[in-house]
Write a new protein. Sequence first.
Length: 558
Amino acid sequence: MKIPVASNFIQEIIVSDLNSGKRSEVHTRFPPEPNGYLHIGHAKSIYLNFTTAAKYNGKTNLRFDDTNPAKEEVEYVDSIRDDVHWLGFDWEDREFYASDYYGKLYYFAEQLILMGKAYICELQGEAVREYRGTLTEAGKNSPWRDRPVQESLDLFRRMRAGEFDEGAYFLRAKIDMAHPNMNMRDPAMYRIKKESHHRTGDQWCIYPMYDFAHPLSDWIEGITHSICTLEFEAHRPLYDWFLETLGLENRPQQIEFARLNLSYTMMSKRRLLELVQSQVVMGWDDPRMPTISGLRRRGYSPSSIREFCERIGVAKADSMVDVNLLYFCIREELNASAMRVMAVLDPIKVIIDNWEEGHFEEIEVENNPNDESAGSRKILFGKELYIESSDFMEDPPKKYHRLFVGGVVRLKGAYVITCQSVVKDSDGNIKELHCTYDPQSKSGSNPNAVRVRGTIQWVSASHAVDAEVRLFDHLFAVENPQDTSEGETWTDFINPNSMIVKNAKLEPSLKGATPESRYQFMRLGYFCLDSKDSSPENLVFNRTVELKDTWGKIQKKS
């Protein structure tokens, strides 16, 4: 097989390995912890692992790092499966769990004890931190560092048997307490945790630490390239130490890439869990959340997220990605594919005085001007209509091309109307507009008809469908909500106006919308039917993205 040309530094390493004969195949893995829902940063890792392996005719495993039963739930496992599949990737029959290897990991731990490379320690809490040292000061050896091998082995087996309370003992690797890399200062390998596991039940009461379980799980599965984010770079020496000390051959290679940092977005799973638990959001799949399920519910497509992951590329250094690029990717796709429909979010009634009472006329409108094959549809036009309240002003500024008393405007696909008068309620609020229409001005029917500068959307009052429409803004009001000053916390940056709900009037074609179906509400943005709260009797639409293309303008300028 001809080896495809590399397009990033990770692929360069792989190509070198294949050409040199160091590797004969490529086998990657995506190893999520089932302690929360996946977010857009995980989508980057999923995309990178699966597409990299596929490019070199390799395989990718899905492996759940289920080593902390206190924070893991079956709900999270199920959601991760759904998200990876929805993004368009398939791990075939290669679904694994770290818990699959508990027996083997325990065996490897005993081997390290027998080799004099691990010991049972009794330090607790603050003492562990004190003995560990700092970035500028070496740590101190634990008083139990030179515990006899057989004593450590006996204690470890008794830990396994459940004889001790949590925190009484833990197993540590014996490396170097003066090592400049803090991760190499006799790190923990096993701790006592008397929690029931979602897969193994109460079979175990000791659980391996991530840094111990991860490299060995990679080796057991035959992973060749362990691709992970940059924060694990400092853990790589420990990753290699376990494999090398145990004398394992065909060891996997850890390669780090820059994680995704997205503007106006919180990417910490722990912080996202706090948002859910404090009910700041409606759940993990809230459309304001950066979770894959949240983006899906908001109206993003798998292809748009994959396109985003492709565009941001793979870097060696952390940087901030403009969230407008994510918006650009879905906007570009929906501009080409979404059906155009008419909707009014802040309705104001229009009465056409010279229209015959009870008479309705079919108006033909195109479904998508960018796709002739999308065809057209017919909607009814009558005496009473709804238009956006923002499309009328009593005292308009110069060059205002929408409706005002004495002003004219075209109703999309229909007639030109002139506003004659305004009716207000007792509080001074506009109740309705009285207008007249020009019978000769129907779109396309009279080439000599008067031309007007403004065209607005409308909905027949007699046929309008009521719906709840949710307009979303950034969940955080600052570009980097993790960058806090003294006296501030990340919660201070939560945007109180991140969701605004409108009671809208929609054209009747939307009554047949299905969950996750996507539309362009003319002049208002791209929307989709909410997959959770919507029902045939109570329609709920989420705005996916506005029409404004900030990123496209930035790209043109550059």
